[in-house]
Design a protein around this ligand. Structure first.
Ligand code: ACO
Length: 454
């Protein structure tokens, strides 16, 4: 099969949010810390009515309906998540409820977990299946979903929640480039969830940022190497080879710093002294012997390259940050919410996207990371339907309900209290959910969960 890629993409986010300015006041931190310092405006969250199963049920059911897919035409269903409510039973098996009623039970794939990277691993499994000898001509469905919640304290404003489902198959409008995926994996305790009774992670904030940036350095350099090998005559290299660059987004400010980081990498990779002098007249002398690993927290270097790449950031990356800014870190769906944000930034004008080359950086703590790329088709008849189907996203963001930080804190306490209870019906309000949302109805004495649809 050729042109394997994304045929359809569906997104859900919580109907409730808190305002980050109000959260700054409530937490007693200086004004601007969350909104300017982290670059976040709103944060979506779920009450105890929603769990990872319900989020994924909602997104898959919405996708099947919106794209009019016959469940029997799906041959592989994969889930990437780090929101674990059962150590054995997969979310994928719960999703089978949407398929077996149509007699569709021949579906490979189960869940994949490694922090925010599980969705990308699931996606690669799906692509590999379609390009393999096991492929039977049907489509794959990749689901990533998470509820990102932190204990009270400095990490809490970097939460979020959501789910994304992607329909994967041949002759797609968004095609995965072959032989350029660049991966970097390493053992690190930057963010992990060793307490299986708690939804909250253990986080070493500073280390997580260093891990993220060093993974970006490695993936970007390797991607450039592989890209050059695949395109030996290519004149356009470095950041210029991308029309858009989307990142896993823990918070928007880190992504702006990351684009600066990519531009620093371009500087370091420009080894010819004459070329350096020509491209970077103001700085080439001062930073002649700069070493990447010494600059993770170097304010001067960070500022210099953020300033240097400001226009590129505004053009190539800022459009991908809408959902991250409005909903927060969704964990596994985060980088794909970046892709959705980029697509909807075209306001359904297909000409703004045709033929574009999109770089994607996926990161999951612990750590696993990959940079890869997507080529947008030149055929507007292939792309327009996908764009049209995303026209619900912006209006739905506006239909959300704002909750005060006080009520949010109380609802979080209820979540913590109820997370492993049995014989109980959640208390979160059903009428505050978007219509069509699956919600947790009851957990019985054997921990069996039942769901209903609003
Ligand atoms: N106005 C404007 N900016 C401000 C203000 C203010 N009033 N106050 C602080 N700031 C800036 C700070 O200068 C800092 O920006 P800088 O790094 O550019 O200097 C920023 O706001 C954040 O302030 P810090 O004091 O660094 O924040 P803190 O250390 O309390 O927490 C952190 C930030 C570590 C990101 C925390 O939220 C966290 O642990 N989050 C979870 C981990 C995470 O997301 N890691 C990223 C990769 S791993 C993953 O995806 C989960």
């Amino acid at each position: 099969p050729s042109d394997v890629g994304i045929l359809g993409i569906e997104l859900v986010f919580p109907s409730l949010y808190i305002d980050q300015t109000e959260l700054e006041q409530f937490d007693g931190v200086s004004a601007g810390k969350y909104t300017v310092g982290l670059g976040q405006s709103k944060m979506g969250f779920c009450t105890d009515r929603e769990d990872i199963n319900s989020l994924c049920l909602t997104v898959v059911s919405n996708l099947l309906k919106r794209y009019n897919v016959n469940p029997k035409d799906i041959g592989r269903l994969e889930v990437g998540t780090e929101t674990i409510i059962d150590k054995s039973k997969s979310v994928k098996s719960v999703l089978m409820q949407l398929f077996d009623e149509y007699g569709a039970t021949d579906l490979e794939g189960i869940d994949t977990t490694n922090a925010c990277y599980g969705g990308t691993a699931a996606l690669f499994n799906a692509i590999n299946w379609i390009e393999s000898s096991s492929y039977d001509g049907r489509l794959a469905l990749v689901v990533c979903g998470d509820i990102a919640v932190y204990a009270k304290g400095s990490a809490r404003p970097t939460g979020g929640a959501g789910a994304i489902a992607m329909l994967i198959g041949p002759n797609a409008p968004l095609v995965f480039d072959r032989k350029v995926r660049a991966t970097y994996m390493k053992h690190a305790y930057d963010f992990y969830k060793p307490d299986l009774t708690s939804e909250f992670p253990v986080v070493d904030g500073k280390l997580s940022i260093q891990c993220y940036l060093s993974a970006l350095d490695s993936c970007y350099r390797l991607y450039c190497e592989k890209y050059q090998k695949q395109n030996p005559g290519a004149k356009v290299l470095g950041l210029n080879q991308f029309d858009a660059l989307v990142f896993h987004t823990p918070y928007c400010k880190l992504v702006q710093k990351s684009l600066g980081r990519v531009s620093l990498n371009d500087f370091v990779l420009t080894t010819d002294p004459e070329q350096r002098k020509e491209l970077y007249p103001a700085i080439y002398e001062k930073y002649e012997s700069i070493k990447l690993e010494e600059t993770y927290f170097d304010r001067d270097v960070e500022k210099l390259f953020m300033d240097y790449s400001k226009d590129i950031f505004n053009k190539k990356t800022k459009p991908s940050l809408l959902l991250a800014n409005q909903v927060g870190n969704m964990y596994t769906p985060s980088v794909y919410s970046g892709l959705v944000s980029y697509l909807i930034s075209a306001d359904e004008d297909v000409n703004k996207l045709l033929g574009k080359h999109i770089g994607v950086f996926s990161y999951g703590s612990g750590l696993a990371s990959t940079m890869y790329s997507i080529s947008v088709t030149n055929d507007c008849t292939k792309l327009q339907p996908l764009l049209d189907k995303l026209n619900y996203v912006k209006p739905l963001l506006e239909q959300r309900i704002k909750i005060s930080p006080q009520e949010f804190t109380e609802l979080m306490e209820v979540r913590v209290h109820n997370s492993h209870r049995t014989n109980f019906e959640p208390s979160g309000a059903i009428d505050r959910l978007f219509p069509g949302t699956y919600y947790l109805k009851y957990v019985d004495d054997m921990h069996r969960r039942t769901y209903e649809k609003r």
